[in-house]
Design a protein around this ligand. Sequence first.
Ligand code: GLN
Length: 192
Amino acid sequence: MQRVGVLALQGAFREHVERVRQLGVDAVEVRRPEQLAGLDGLIIPGGESTTIGKLMVQYELLAPIRALAQAGTPVWGTCAGMIVLAKDIGPSEPPWLGVMDIRVARNAFGRQVASFEADLVVPALGGEPFRGVFIRAPWIEVAGDDVETLACLEGGTIVAARQGHLLATAFHPELTDDDRFHRLFLGLRAAT
Ligand code: GLN
């Protein structure tokens, strides 16, 4: 990828921008629809999914980003961003982008263990475990047939997945020093 957008309406977007730039790829903070033109990929950061979703509507970004994802441009959602990507976010709320074939549960780990870290086995990243930083994280309850599970917690809860050009992580790789998920994303190809 030459140029990656990071949705910069709310949440942990600066860390993603810095990491993408450290990896030698141009990063654009996206706040307006015209900034989506010519992007090779888009990252939707963690934060608060209802806030991000509402701001996407208000800034007229929801439909253009959905179109971009449907046209095959790689999109990666971290934590709240994963919720924004999902087709199903539970019975009480309609989906936002609704492009990735996953059902997620918001704040799934509950109040007592709302935030925690865990070493994840991620075969797609090679042998070393990846330190997952979970902050009021969702998890993936159901993944469609085309969705590849990339990481589970002990017990089998799915916390990272990929569906072709769409990547979702329930945790925050941008808050660690490990850049392997960013490299994986930057290596995704557009779907044709
Ligand atoms: N709990 C948040 C939500 O439901 C997500 C938290 C995060 O992105 N760290 O949107």
